[in-house]
Design a protein around this ligand. Structure first.
Ligand SMILES: Nc1ncnc2c1ncn2[C@@H]1O[C@H](COP(=O)(O)OP(=O)(O)OP(=O)(O)O)[C@@H](O)[C@H]1O
Ligand SMILES: [Mg+2]
Length: 1045
């Protein structure tokens, strides 16, 4: 901040002291008139202006009002860097500048979202248009850009050269004087980017088209076209690139060329602007055709024939006109020399006098130029209009209005237009007074602020003089225009004298005293304006006010084939029989509307001062400046400002904006607004001299106080933003959480429902099953029926599954699940099947040797199982093929037996003699046909299988066996008593070979055997401790065998 320190001022007020950083040049005089030591001294005021002006410091503040003095030279203070320096910087932190004011409005627009307007006032040539251009340049440079706003920026900037070419002209006061009023709205989006614009134009000084005062020029475009237009274009338009002297309308002021103006360059700028704004070739062509036709109209001459009839003497001009305006030549010719009168419902044509024809010609020129200007503004507005309105409500945008209207002017000859221009300036001054002097002072009083009134001149009296209903000059002018009979400009003047004769600000030649009378013409009236006295010549007042264009000419123009002309003149308007509003009334109404627009916005003021009449740089004409300071009310403005307050807001708005700066008022203050504001300012440490609390508003004396508060708010916004963000994010996340939670609950409940239903279904099914099961169980022994089929199936299934799980693993495995009663048969069948399968399997797997073994074992089993005590022991022992190898048998024996009697099995045995029971070791050989007992090489006994009667063994575990032979057989010695360690094996093999399986006797206690024919022996078998064989006394053999446990 460049201003920070304060110090007690001369008047006990507080003065801001600039930092030493400011250059000495910047410190010339005071930058704000509020700092003047004597606010009542006009001389000090002007001296300050002069001193600063001399240093090229053209800007000085009166509080927030910017006073600008025209430098009449290019200053290097409008560069882009300078614009950057002003961006976002507080008004008072930097030396006074138009950019600072523009930035202030822009920031107010952005921070408070209130529409703004910048009112630029001052007399003609004071620099209003230049100021408005600088402001526009500033905005188009510093504002942020939206995607498509680049074009809008360009168009906003380029609308100026176009409007200036058609609406500005060189006057005695200003080489580029605005001859129309312009109010331009610049539209910004919520981010502060310019997005569109709209122009309102006010009363173009059309009379200039046909007439210019001495030393003045027509509108720039005429000269620009002639100087800059290329040859083919000019040829097409029938114009010559020669001296503008050739065109009557351009030489009325006798000043076609001005050194300060480059028309050629102007043409280039305008042509370029047309392209940027988006005019197409046809439109530019149509516009230029109108401009050219005005020049041709100016050169159209009339003559009178012998009968006194007016005719056109310049046929080539007529041809060009008909071609350019797209109307029939003869029709135009007639319309320029005749007028249509409707009398008693009949249309009649009456010739015009030479004077009337000239006037009709000029009227036509003015009308088509005026129409073209209105069309141009309309086109500009179309081009600047914000196109995206569908997606972007106009509520989201704010505007800054720029008012650059023609300045107060006094000429030698002042006509109707000057009257309107000066009236307009009166209205603006009135607005300024209303808002800054009257309104402000009244407000202080109304708010109960102790206030010493500052007297000022209120120009309301002059405004009323011009615009008052029935009694005002405009009302009287309209009355004269509408009055039937021979009303003229002179009768109008007389009427003014009659009505306003006594008004302090009005005087005519007739009513004036000698001195004044000398300075006035007979056809003039004088108005004492706020800015000075002006004599208006009433000549042409009525015609201009009527905006007279003969109906005949209007009809012709409306039929134009020229596209642009036809757009400028609508036939509906022509057909409208109602009398249009007069020019003065239209102007008055449009000004009233303008005032409404301006009042609805927050105003900022630029008061332009013209330092000299000679348009020279560096010249400071004190008299001229003092006059302007006076009539602009700058001294009063200063006094009110100095004693008053720079800023005011009603409590509600103030509290709403700054409540976040005080914990007591944040976020809401529920008490009385005024108390809230009092607490807030106390918290903000406002000094008593810095503010006053009124009835409903707070008044802040220095802008600095507000800026400091604004800075604090800016800093606080970060915190608020974080809080808002936090709350919003919290809210968002909570909402998200709730959404998710309800979704989860929904899913959960749905899923639980599904699960519950499934479970219920299962339970139901389970209950059904159990029920069926129980019922089935009860009826399990009944024949199969629907009530027990489930149970039976289940039992069957369970049993089968059990069987499957417990199938016997081998043929010896006799285990088998116990079947339920209903499946006994089936179980039996399956068991058998299963066993058969196992057996099958088993059988398939055994080889021949083993088979033989088994067959023998089966035979052994058939014979001995359960009969002989030592049998079980023999079961696991395999039967061998033979117990005697061939080598163990005597060769002789083998030879004796011969090849037919091959030994199949041999075993060592003990043979007991039939008499004495002597034990003798022998070999028992089983051949294919006989059992042979051998003692070494001797065959001791041979028993053919066919003769073998039987075999006897005991039931005990001894190894005795007896081979029974027939006693009658002489070859046989008797039964053979043998003992063998492998009795089961030997007996089995013998039984098989001899086919005596069924002839094996197993005796319990004793075996009887034949010793010889008729003589029997007995062997007794008993169980004892150990094996013993002995002959008993009675001649029997006793065998004791140990019992197998
Ligand atoms: N800030 C400035 N810097 C340089 N020259 C300036 C400045 N302001 C005004 N001028 C000069 O003064 C001339 C007149 O200024 P401008 O056209 O803005 O006056 P005006 O107030 O609009 O007058 P009018 O009411 O006639 O339109 C400009 O053409 C320009 O030469
Ligand atoms: Mg201007």
């Amino acid at each position: 901040m460049r201003y920070r320190r304060r110090e007690a001022g001369v008047d006990g007020g507080v003065r801001l002291v600039m930092e030493s950083a400011l250059s000495a040049r910047d410190r010339v005089g005071v930058q704000d008139f509020l700092l003047l030591e004597n606010p009542n001294s006009e001389a000090a005021f002007i001296e300050n202006l002069r001193r600063r002006y001399r240093e090229g410091l053209i800007y000085t503040y009166i509080g927030s009002v910017l006073v600008s003095v025209n430098p009449y030279r290019e200053l290097e203070i409008y560069s882009k860097q300078n614009m950057e320096r002003h961006r976002g910087v507080n008004f008072y932190e930097i030396s006074p500048h138009i950019f600072a004011l523009a930035d202030n409005s822009y920031r107010a627009l952005r921070t408070e979202r209130r529409d703004q307007c910048i009112l630029i006032s001052g007399e003609s040539g004071a620099g209003k248009t230049e100021s408005s251009k600088k402001i526009l340049q500033y905005y188009t440079h510093i504002c942020p850009t939206r995607n498509n706003t680049q074009t809008i920026r360009e168009r906003l900037l380029q609308s100026n050269p176009v409007l200036e070419a058609f609406g500005n002209a060189k006057t005695l006061r200003n080489d580029n004087s605005s001859r129309f009023g312009k109010y331009m709205d610049i539209q910004f989006d919520y981010k502060g980017a310019p997005i569109g614009g709209h122009i309102l134009n006010y009363l173009l000084e059309k009379s200039r088209v046909a007439h210019q005062n001495h030393g003045e020029r027509n509108f720039h475009i005429f000269y620009q076209l002639l100087e800059g237009g290329d040859d083919p274009l000019l040829k097409r338009l029938g114009l010559e690139k020669t001296n503008p002297q050739h065109y009557h309308y351009l030489v009325k002021g006798n000043c076609p060329r001005v050194s300060s103006i480059s028309d050629k360059n102007g043409w280039k700028v305008v042509s370029n602007a047309f392209t940027i704004i988006g005019f197409n070739e046809e439109e530019i062509q149509g516009l230029m055709e109108i401009v050219a036709s005005v020049l041709h109209l100016g050169n159209t001459q009339f003559g009178e024939d012998e009968e006194g009839e007016t005719h056109i003497t310049t046929e080539p001009q007529l041809r060009y006109l008909s071609q350019l305006l797209g109307v029939d030549g003869s029709v135009l010719k007639e319309a320029l020399t005749h007028k249509k009168i409707v009398a008693k419902g009949e249309e009649m044509i009456s010739p015009l006098s030479l004077e009337q024809a000239l006037s009709a010609r000029d009227s036509l020129a003015k009308a088509i130029y005026g129409g073209a200007f209105a069309w141009l503004v309309q086109k500009l507005n179309q081009s600047l209009a914000f196109k995206d309105e569908v997606h972007y409500s106009s509520k989201c945008s704010s505007v800054i209005g720029l008012l650059d209207i023609y300045g107060f002017e006094v000429f030698q000859h002042n006509s109707f237009e000057q009257f309107c221009i000066n009236y307009c300036n009166e209205k603006l001054q009135q607005l300024f007074i209303e808002l800054t002097l009257k309104g402000e002072q009244e407000e202080y009083e109304a708010q109960g602020i102790v206030w010493e009134r500052v007297e000022y001149f209120n120009n309301k009296i002059i405004c009323d003089l011009v615009e008052e209903k029935h009694k005002g000059i405009i009302a009287i002018l309209d009355e004269e225009c509408l009055r039937p009979g021979d009303a003229s400009d002179i009768t109008f003047l007389e009427k003014l004298e009659d009505t306003l004769g006594n008004h302090a600000h009005f005087v005519t030649h007739k009513m004036a005293n000698g001195k004044v009378r000398k300075a006035m013409g007979r056809e003039e009236f004088r108005l004492a304006h706020y800015a000075g006295e002006v004599n208006y010549n009433v000549n042409g007042f009525l015609d201009t006010n009527n905006d007279l264009l003969y109906r005949h000419l209007k009809e012709v123009i409306c039929q134009s084939r020229n596209h642009t002309v036809s757009q400028c003149f609508h036939s509906e308007k022509l057909m409208d029989q109602r009398r249009p509003e007069t020019a003065a009334t239209q102007f008055k109404l449009s000004l009233a509307k303008l005032m409404e627009i301006l009042m609805s916005k927050e105003p900022s003021y630029v008061r332009c001062i013209k330092p000299n009449d000679a348009k020279q740089p560096g010249r400071f004409d004190e008299v001229l400046v003092r006059h302007q300071v006076k009539y602009l009310g700058l001294m009063e403005n200063l006094r009110v400002r100095r004693a008053g307050f720079a800023y005011r807001r009603n409590y509600e708005a103030f509290l709403e904006r700054y409540k976040s700066l005080c914990p007591d008022t944040w976020p809401n203050w529920h008490g009385k607004q005024s108390e809230g504001v009092a607490i807030l300012v106390k918290h903000l440490n406002y000094k008593p001299e810095e503010y006053k609390l009124g009835r409903s508003k707070i008044f802040i004396r220095f802008p600095r106080t507000l800026f400091v508060t604004e800075d604090a708010l800016e800093a606080q916004k970060q915190t608020i933003a974080v809080t808002v963000q936090k709350s919003w994010r919290g809210y968002r996340e909570r909402a998200k959480y709730h959404r998710i939670r309800s979704a989860v609950i929904a899913i959960q409940s749905w899923w639980r429902g599904v699960k519950g239903r499934r479970k219920a279904k299962h339970r139901r099914q389970a209950a059904d099953t159990i029920r069926k099961f129980i019922k089935g169980f009860i009826l399990r022994n009944e024949p199969r029926c629907p009530d027990n089929e489930y149970f039976l199936d289940h039992v069957r299934y369970s049993f089968l599954m059990k069987v499957r799980r417990n199938l016997p693993k081998s043929v010896l495995d006799k285990s088998w699940p116990r079947p339920p009663p209903s499946l006994t048969d089936a179980s039996e069948l399956i068991h058998r099947l299963c066993i058969r399968n196992l057996v099958n399997d088993y059988c398939r797997k055994i080889h021949s040797e083993w088979k033989k073994q088994l067959e023998q074992k089966v035979v052994a089993s058939a014979i001995f199982r359960g009969q002989k005590e030592c049998y079980p022991r023999s079961v696991p022992k395999l039967f061998v093929t033979t117990r005697l190898e061939t080598e163990e048998i005597n060769l002789k024996v083998l030879q004796t037996l011969g090849n037919d009697n091959k030994v199949k099995y041999g075993v060592a045995v003990i043979k007991y003699d039939r008499h004495g029971f002597r034990a003798r070791p022998r070999q028992l050989l089983l051949t294919t046909s006989a059992a042979v007992l051998v003692q070494e090489a001797k065959v001791k006994q041979r028993i053919d299988y066919s003769t073998l009667l039987g075999i006897s063994v005991s039931s005990l575990s001894d190894g005795f066996f007896v081979l029974h032979v027939p006693t009658a057989d002489s070859k046989q010695k008797g039964d053979l008593v043998l003992q063998c360690d492998h009795v089961i094996e030997a007996v089995t093999k013998l039984a098989i070979m001899a086919d005596k399986i069924h002839n094996v006797n197993i005796s319990q206690d004793s075996i009887r055997f034949a010793i010889a024919r008729g003589k029997e022996g007995v062997i007794h078998f008993t169980c004892g401790q150990e094996l013993s064989v002995m002959k008993t006394k009675n001649g029997h053999l006793s065998v004791t065998t140990p019992q197998i446990s």
